[in-house]
Structure formats: structure tokens, C-alpha cells
Design a protein around this ligand. Structure first.
Ligand code: SF4
Length: 268
């Protein structure tokens, strides 16, 4: 019970800080509505979504909506996350963010790297030790494998695509981020996607895929199927760190990547 009370108090404090950060003068009445796969944010030009579908699985249809998150209040203040018009502006608006407890253990906020107009965006779970130290996503062994997928598999360069994570700070001991941490950080990812306007997103691994699709469906049943996040086609696939432990499954990722290449018009 004490834990729940402390968690609730922390959430209220974080929300109040978020309001102050975004320049709000009043607490909004409720949480942002859940947006459906068909919703297209005004700031984003949608890629064709005709091939995007929700997969029906045994336990029911997979949700393709984004999780409900505490939406930043409207703000006319320059630098505000919701009104940032560039990735640099968004990074500046995030500043030395302390909206969740992950701030306490990080060395660097790992915002994201790559082409601000990338046609393809990779989204992972959160920074690991190497990423935390360097301030850049996917730079460890798993990152090297992701780079191979991009460069040797897709014949692109890392600088052609955009790479980021669901949460921007390293969870302690590389644990999964908690739901309230994801909720606190979600507006940053959503704005990143709206600004980059990718033609497709690749969700790397179970956590990123399940979080972005608001589902508990196992990654092995999600991968290889097109979904949508904020109106952008999304392909779940296996995380490079998993592939380091299970190299035989690289062929599954290659199957997924070929679908992605076809979606954005790249020859396999
Ligand atoms: S994980 Fe996101 S919300 Fe939490 S402190 Fe880092 S930047 Fe802020």
C-alpha cells in the first residue's frame, strides 16, 4: 500500500512538473483520448496505409492504438515540446528532464540520432550502459548488429535513418521501463515521430512493439505484420540484443526487413 501511495504521489508531482514545464496555467480535465490507427496527426504527412492492418489473433484483435498518455498542456511558449518544430527544438524543450525516476540513474539523456527527414525510423526500448555513457542509441554490441542490418542488409547508412528509444534514460540494471516512466516519456517520442514524418517505423523487440501498439501479444506473433502508430506504418521485429543470443532467428528479422524495404520502395 505504501508503495502505491508513494507511486501516486510521485505521479502527481511529475504531472505538475510537466504542466509547469509546458507552460500550462491549469490542470487539464483528463487524459488524452486514445487515438486509433486511422488517426493522422496534423503535423505528420501520412504514408499510404492501405497495406497496414491489424492482425487478428487467437486472444482477440491486437490493439493498434497508442497508449493513453498524459498529454502536455497546450502552450504558446517557444521551446515547448508540443510546439517544437525541429528535433533540435524538441531536444531543447526536453532539457534536463526529470519527469520520471529514470532521471536519477542516467548519465545522459539519449534523445536519438539520424536523419531528421528519415524515411525509416527504428524505435527500441531504452538506452543500455553504452548508450547511456555515449548519449547515443544503439552503440553497443546490439547497436553494431543493428548497424549491420541497416548497412549490409538494407544498403543504407545509419545517417540515412533515424534511431531512438521509447524512453530516453537508462533504466537501472537494464530492467524494462515501468508504465509510468513510459507515460512520462511518451510525448517526446510522439513529437519525434511527428517531426521526422517517417514512411515506416520498425519497432525493435518485444517491449517497443508492445508499448507502441498497446498490446501484450507476444513479439513472435506481432513480427512480420504491419500495424500503425500515429498513422505511420509500423513493423515489429526482434531486438538485436535477442539476435545476439539467438542468431538462428536472424532470418526472421531479414524477412521483416524485406517487407520494410518493399514498403518504402527499396529493392532487397
Ligand atoms: S525517461 Fe524520459 S521522462 Fe523520464 S527523465 Fe528521462 S527524458 Fe524525462
Amino acid at each position: 500500500m505504501d508503495h502505491e501511495i508513494r507511486k501516486l504521489a510521485w505521479q502527481i508531482a511529475a504531472h505538475a512538473e510537466w504542466q509547469a514545464m509546458s507552460g500550462a496555467r491549469a490542470i487539464p480535465e483528463g487524459l488524452a483520448p486514445i487515438e486509433t490507427a486511422g488517426h493522422v496527426p496534423e503535423a505528420a504527412t501520412p504514408a499510404p496505409t492501405a497495406a497496414v492492418r491489424a492482425e487478428s489473433v487467437d486472444e482477440g484483435s491486437v490493439a493498434v492504438s497508442t497508449p493513453a498518455v498524459a498529454s502536455p498542456a497546450a502552450s504558446g511558449r517557444a521551446g515547448d515540446v508540443e510546439v517544437a518544430t525541429t528535433l533540435d527544438g524538441l531536444r531543447g524543450a526536453i532539457g534536463d528532464c526529470r519527469l520520471c525516476r529514470l532521471a536519477g540513474g542516467r548519465t545522459n539523456i539519449v534523445f536519438g540520432v539520424g536523419n531528421p527527414r528519415a524515411r525509416l525510423m527504428f524505435v527500441g526500448e531504452g538506452p543500455g550502459r553504452d548508450e547511456d555513457l555515449k548519449g547515443e542509441p544503439f552503440v553497443g554490441r546490439a547497436g553494431m548488429l543493428l548497424t549491420d542490418i541497416i548497412e549490409k542488409g538494407m544498403r543504407l547508412s545509419r545517417s540515412d535513418v533515424y534511431i531512438c528509444n521509447v524512453v530516453k534514460c537508462r533504466p537501472p540494471d537494464n530492467r524494462n521501463p515501468e508504465p509510468d516512466e513510459v507515460e512520462a516519456c511518451s510525448p517526446f517520442l510522439r513529437r519525434q515521430i511527428a517531426l521526422v514524418q517517417p514512411e515506416a517505423i520498425v519497432a525493435l523487440g518485444k517491449f517497443a512493439a508492445q508499448t507502441l501498439l498497446a498490446t501484450k501479444t507476444p513479439i513472435m506473433r506481432l513480427r512480420g505484420t504491419w500495424f500503425a502508430y500515429e498513422g505511420v506504418p509500423l513493423m515489429p521485429t526482434l531486438h538485436p540484443a535477442y539476435l545476439l543470443r539467438n542468431p538462428a532467428d536472424k532470418k526472421l528479422v531479414w524477412q521483416d526487413i524485406k517487407l520494410v524495404m518493399a514498403k518504402i520502395g527499396l529493392a532487397p
